[in-house]
Design a protein around this ligand. Structure first.
Ligand code: GAR
Length: 237
């Protein structure tokens, strides 16, 4: 397999054995649907082995068969640790190779993050490290950003601070509202999660000492999704 060490080299996503992905959700689940669609049309060689939610009413749960759903109302637990422990046991019982947070809006505590260390990814709707946390589209506009985007990153205990694997960028247009920007970004985000998870399930992604590795080589900047849906090495920072 070719190491992606030059900016000219596209990052191919070769076929792989079907890896097991657990997905954490809190809301509508369009990113989960993007993974299901990518699996269905052969872009992602994986199985969704469980969908887990802190909100039993999350529409995302309805996107998979009842036997794959797990949900508990996190508000019914005395503290974060007790909810996270139950969630972690349920996720572990599904024996995932990767755990993907697809619109999971609850902070994961240290114990959960440690238990799935190195195989826990999140998608965040901003060009990290810009705009961690909530209201990213409005904040990108307020900041006068010329570009906005989404990032897939390894999860660490600090919010939205883990090593960034891949990003997709869109221009901010004159007259954009937060809603318009969000609507334009979402389909790009869906392409990004499918492409990033394809790398993960192919066994090509790892994280060591806070740095992403692709095919064993450190990445010096996030991969960038091009208009053809191919992840390419970013520029060296
Ligand atoms: C997505 O835009 C995702 O990036 C964001 O929530 C949305 C969920 O949509 N996640 C975060 O903000 C996490 N910090 P979905 O439920 O339709 O996938």
């Amino acid at each position: 397999m070719t190491a992606a060490t030059t900016t000219a080299t596209a990052v191919a996503t070769p076929a792989a054995a079907h890896a097991r992905i657990a997905v954490l959700v809190s809301g509508r689940g369009s990113n989960l649907q993007a993974l299901l669609d990518a699996i269905a049309d052969g872009r992602l060689h994986a199985r969704i082995v469980g969908v887990f939610s802190d909100r039993p009413e999350a529409a995302a749960l309805d996107r998979v068969a009842p036997g794959l759903r797990w949900s508990r109302d996190a508000r019914g637990y005395p503290d974060r640790a007790s909810f996270d422990a139950e969630l972690a046991d349920a996720v572990a019982a599904a024996a995932p190779d990767w755990v993907f947070c697809a619109g999971y809006m609850r902070i994961l505590g240290d114990a959960f993050v440690r238990r799935f260390d190195g195989r826990l990814l999140n998608v965040h709707p901003s060009l990290l490290p810009r705009h961690k946390g909530l209201h990213t589209h409005a904040r990108a506009l307020q900041a006068g950003d010329a570009e906005h985007g989404a990032s897939v990153h390894f999860v660490v205990p600090e919010l939205d601070a883990g090593a960034v694997v891949a990003q997709v960028r869109i221009p901010v247009l004159a007259g954009d509202t937060p809603e318009a920007l969000a609507a334009r970004l979402l389909p790009e985000e869906h392409r990004l999660v499918a492409a990033a998870l394809a790398l993960a399930v192919a066994g090509r992604l790892a994280e060591r000492d806070g740095q992403v590795r692709l095919d064993g080589q450190p990445l010096f900047g996030p991969l960038q999704l091009d208009s053809a849906g191919i992840l390419r090495p970013g520029s060296r920072h």
